[in-house]
Each structure stands twice: as C-alpha cells, then as structure tokens.
Design a protein around this ligand. Structure first.
Ligand code: GDP
Ligand code: GDP
Length: 359
C-alpha cells in the first residue's frame, strides 16, 4: 500500500538537505550506481518507530520560475501540498522568523495539511534560545528545536510527524487477482494518452475511486485479460503547470506510483529515443524490484524501414542493460497499436515476478 509521504519545505540554507540526509541516514538505495538515479536525490525511504514513510526534500526541486526565492518557495510549497501527508517547514534559529517564512506558513496552512514547524540549528542542548519563542508567531503551534547537523531534536519531531499518518485500517482492501500497474515516464511521453486509450478501448468497467490518504485516483479495468488497476491516473490526467514543467516532481510521482505497483510500464518516447530521465524513472522501478515492461510509445510517428524496430530494440537493450529482464515493446497510445499485447505482457511479467518472489 501507499507509504505516507513527508515533505520538507523551507528557505534556502535553513538546512533542509542536512535534515533530509540525517533522517535518511545510511538507508540510501542499493542501486546507487544506476545511471542518474541518485545524483541529486530528493526522496528517500525512512523509518521511525515501525512507521515507514517516503521523505521528500522539495529544496532539491528547482522549478522553472524566475529565481526569486519567494516564487521558488511557493512552487516548492505547492508540490509539498500536492504530494505530502505531512509537511515539515524548516526555519533557522540564526535568522529568526523572516517574511517569506510567514508567506509560506500561511500558504501551507490554507492547504489543511498537517504542518510540523522545525526550528533548525538549535545546536546547544539544554538551553532554549530566547529567539526560539518568536517562532510561535508563525501560528503553526509548538515549534520543534532541532539540530540537523547533530541530530538533536529530530526524534521528538518525528514522534509528532507520525501522529498524523493515516490509520492502517483506513486502507482499502486488496483483491489478490487485481494487478496494480504504474505507468511511468517523463512528461509528454504519452502516459495519460495511454490510460485514456486503455479505458476507452475496452468495453471495460472503468471507475474512479478516490484514494483514502491523498487525492489520487485509480482507474480500474476488467477485461478478458484480467483485472487491472492503473495507479494514480488522476495525477496523469490532471495537468497542472507543476506536472508538466518539473522533471523532479514527475520523479516523485513515479516513486509514489511504483510503491503500490505490481507491474511498472516504463514509457519511452520513440521520437526522442532514450534519455537520462528515462533511466532515472526506470531506476525507481528497479530499486523496488518490480516487474517491468519497457514500452516505446509514439511508434506511429516513427518513419520505418524493414530494420527500424530491430535497430531500435538493440540500441534500447543496450541503454537498459541494467534491467535486461524487462521486455521491450513498441506501442502507440494514439492509434492503440499493440495495446492488447501490452495487457498480455503485463499479465506475463506479473506471473514471472510472483514466481521469482515466492521461490
Ligand atoms: P538547504 O539549502 O535548506 O538545503 O540547507 P543546507 O542543508 O544545504 O544547509 C545550509 C547550511 O547550514 C550548511 O552550511 C549546513 O552545514 C548548515 N546547517 C544545516 N543544519 C545545521 C544545524 O543544525 N546546525 C548548524 N550549525 N548548521 C547547520
Ligand atoms: P504525459 O505527459 O506522459 O501524460 O503525455 P500525454 O499523454 O499528455 O502526451 C503528450 C503528447 O504526446 C500529446 O500531444 C499526445 O497527443 C502525444 N502522444 C501521446 N501518445 C502518442 C502516440 O502514441 N503517438 C503520437 N504520435 N503522439 C502521441
């Protein structure tokens, strides 16, 4: 099931990435040498008192806005609001409360999401800095004094964070026969087109069920191939400025979808060929040991001669040598070409992966 997401927000230099690294500790992933995966990593798996969650450092996201700090912070806060279950607003005791802290605090508050106020760089143990009380003015309740460098105070803060996690019992029941499918890939590769095509093509039962923990929506399809749940397709369909522009935001979305998936369909744009972002997306599925299919989309738009597919396949097999177990397919979300084969392949790789896990 979906892990809760905790997002770290705050001005530059308050210590977000120091806090992130402290909380992630040595738990960095085993596939760190997959090309492009960990360089500027902005998410990581965390555990506190038996609660597993996904931690996101929005500071690593550089939105495509002019580089005025405030607009950047707004964009980061917006991402946190869209993705997170709990938000940690990091401030700096050495700077005190500054104007943009107020701005972001009020923006976060309007979202109704739980917000934990972290006052960082409280390095001395035992004495409370008189400036600390100023942070009550942000109207976010009790601030938590933390030293991200030393780790002081992080435990008390995490105790508070996990209080806001959704109850396990709220989670929907799993149907063993349903294959959860994450369609992942860089922006504009054709993810929403594929889901739309899939839901339109089959005389299928298509229903949108609102997720319990955040505003995700899944698409359920039942057809002659089986029962499928396409994860978080609302996020694919709902095209906001953020979804389109920010590469790293799409990485977080992919990570969240992959967590819940049995099978990942990694989409590549045939008109562009393999890119570094494709390998980052694929790395997410790889590090979680998911069954994968590489689907080369927009195949209709490629000029072909007799050898085009063979050559494309060989090149791609080389680019994706780090996941040689994944079959490569050529599809078109536009024309529906080989979508039926995609279903077959989803069922196939799922059965293979289940066998691998059970033995
Ligand atoms: P970010 O821009 O918010 O991600 O901030 P960084 O994590 O890069 O930290 C900015 C600076 O503050 C770095 O020089 C850190 O070493 C320093 N810093 C971060 N946390 C602490 C802390 O708890 N105590 C002290 N004294 N310095 C810190
Ligand atoms: P997403 O950002 O990954 O969800 O991508 P979209 O589904 O929004 O598609 C991005 C663009 O690619 C749109 O203009 C689509 O019409 C186009 N597109 C998607 N799939 C195909 C395809 O199979 N063939 C062609 N020619 N265009 C496609």
């Amino acid at each position: 099931m979906a892990k809760p997401v905790v997002a770290i927000v705050g001005r530059p230099n308050v210590g977000k990435s120091t806090l992130f690294n402290k909380l992630i500790g040595s738990r960095l992933s085993i596939v760190d040498d997959t090309p492009g995966v960990t360089r500027d990593r902005i998410y990581g798996d965390c555990e506190w008192l038996g609660h597993n969650f996904l931690l996101v450092d929005t500071g690593g996201i550089e939105p495509d806005t002019n580089d005025i700090i405030l607009s950047q912070m707004r964009a980061q806060a917006e991402i946190a609001i869209q993705t997170a279950d709990v938000i940690i607003l990091v401030t700096d005791i050495r700077c005190g409360v500054v104007a943009s802290d107020y701005e972001v605090a009020s923006m976060l508050q309007k979202s109704g999401k739980p917000i934990i106020l972290c006052v960082n760089k409280c390095d001395k143990i035992g004495e409370v800095d008189p400036d600390f009380y100023e942070f009550y003015n942000l109207g976010l309740g009790d601030p938590f004094p933390v030293s991200s460098v030393h780790g002081h105070g992080t435990g008390d803060m995490l105790d508070e964070v996990i209080k806001y996690f959704p109850e396990e019992s709220e989670e929907e029941q799993e149907d063993d026969e349903v294959i959860n499918v994450a369609i992942i890939g860089k922006p504009n590769v054709g993810k929403s087109s594929l889901v739309n095509k899939i839901s339109g093509m089959n005389r299928a039962i298509v229903s949108d069920i609102a997720g319990t923990t955040r505003d995700t929506t899944d698409t359920h399809i039942e057809n002659s191939y089986g029962k499928f749940n396409f994860i978080d397709t609302a996020g694919l369909r709902r095209k906001s400025r953020i979804n389109d522009d920010i590469e790293k935001y799409s990485i977080i979305r992919a990570k969240m979808a992959v967590e819940r998936a049995n099978v990942c369909v990694i989409m590549i744009d045939a008109t562009e060929g393999f890119t570094e972002q494709d390998s980052k997306v694929a790395g997410i599925a790889l590090e979680q040991g998911k069954a994968c299919i590489i689907a080369v989309n927009k195949w209709d738009a490629v000029e072909k001669d007799g050898n085009t597919m063979k050559e494309f396949r060989e090149k791609l097999a080389n680019d994706f040598s780090f996941m040689s177990f994944a079959p490569i397919m050529f599809i078109s979300a536009k024309t529906g070409q080989r979508i039926d084969k995609l279903y077959e392949m989803i069922v196939f790789v799922h059965s293979q992966n289940s066998m691998r896990i059970s033995t």
